[in-house]
Design a protein around this ligand. Structure first.
Ligand code: NAP
Length: 334
């Protein structure tokens, strides 16, 4: 693995550093490398956080991707990320298997601290650290999600897979995502159960009505999932009514957690970059990857709570690399 970047500017300063190794990060690297910027990608270190977090991001936990253009037969998420990485390497991207733990934007060039010894200096920075899906936190939920056993945190990504066709499916959550995922799944499922821990949804009224008015959907209120059943594939879930404590089993062939996402920004100090009330990095100029700090760009799910797709993240990675390239040219850094 290429750990030293021979194409740095003087004084060991990188031209552009990219944090994150999902579709946004690798696409930014491909574009930046082809623009002769010799980017460095910090791909991160695998960890349990509390759910599994891997270099490559959310797609490392996705068994089959069928909606990314160009893969007509579908592709495993990890294989797709390996392909992206290989393409970035081909054009000279320097890859470091470390985490960025802190950023100093007060200094120019920026100073980044990693979990390894040496600090990094960089003129431009692209943050593409993604967002992790929140999971309920049950052991068998995590295990089945890892092995493609019918547990997922993205119905739009996985819902059309053959294992879910004409089967009873479960969506957990009461926000807009849960409504969207449940109504999407009604295209494939025999029945969609929405399990919500309270007696009213948080989702907007219009999104709620898509579930409440759909005869294929049944809402189970005031209820939490206490266990996921099944060895190779999910066979059902254990439920507990939060008011009566009554327990029951619901047979199903798929479970989709739609209980929110957490943008991966823990390496930033509060106030370092502007964020919205959910912690997503905000982009002050529409359709541009600029952040509140000049020279820091953002791409992918860490700045996108709406689409969260591999293809939209990749598109944002492309934009960030082009914005960074133009910014470096404006600063006369080459
Ligand atoms: P969200 O609004 O934060 O909703 C999360 C839901 O999960 C809530 O109903 C919450 O229950 C439930 N929940 C959280 N932790 C849980 C746990 N441990 N166990 C069981 N349930 C749990 O997240 P979101 O639905 O992903 O939406 C995120 C943002 O994206 C929102 O601003 C949303 O409007 C937006 N969005 C918009 C659209 C659209 O307009 N088409 C689509 C998707 C998302 P409580 O209600 O009890 O807290």
């Amino acid at each position: 693995m290429n750990q030293d970047n021979p194409s740095q500017t003087s004084n060991d300063v990188e031209k552009v550093t990219i944090i994150g190794s999902g579709p946004a990060g690798w696409t930014a690297a491909i574009y930046a490398a082809r623009a002769n910027l010799a980017p460095v990608v910090f791909e991160g270190v695998a960890k349990q956080d509390p759910a599994l977090v891997l270099p490559g991001g959310q797609l490392m936990l996705t068994s089959e991707v069928e909606n990314y253009p160009g893969y007509s037969e579908g592709v495993d998420g990890p294989k797709m990320m390996a392909d992206f990485k290989k393409q970035a390497e081909r054009f000279g991207t320097c890859i470091r298997s470390e985490d960025i733990e802190a950023c100093d934007f007060e200094q120019r060039p920026f100073v980044l601290t990693t979990n390894a010894a040496k600090a990094i200096k960089t003129h431009a920075l692209i943050i593409a650290t993604g967002a992790t899906a929140n999971w309920i936190g049950l052991e068998n939920e995590q295990r089945l999600a890892r092995i493609g056993g019918g547990v997922s945190a993205c119905a739009v990504c996985d819902g059309a897979l053959p294992i879910f066709r004409d089967q009873p499916l479960v969506v957990v959550g009461g926000g807009d995502s849960a409504m969207e995922e449940a109504s999407y799944l009604t295209k494939f499922a025999s029945r969609v159960y929405v399990i919500h821990r309270r007696d009213q949804f948080r989702a907007s009224k219009i999104m709620q009505s898509r579930v409440l008015d759909n005869p294929k959907c049944k809402v189970i209120w005031d209820t939490v999932v206490t266990d996921v059943l099944g060895d190779e594939k999910i066979e059902g879930i254990r439920l507990k009514h939060v008011k009566t404590n009554e327990e029951s089993t619901l047979l199903c062939k798929g479970m989709f957690a739609a209980i929110g996402h957490t943008p991966a920004t823990s390496f930033l100090k509060p106030g370092q970059l502007e964020m919205d009330d959910k912690g997503y990095i905000t982009m002050p100029v529409a359709h541009r990857s600029f952040t509140s700090v000049d020279g820091v760009f953002v791409a992918g799910d860490v700045a996108d709570s709406v689409y969260r797709q591999a293809v939209t993240a990749a598109g944002m990675g492309c934009s960030a690399a082009i914005d960074a390239e133009r910014w470096l040219a404006d600063q006369n850094i080459d």
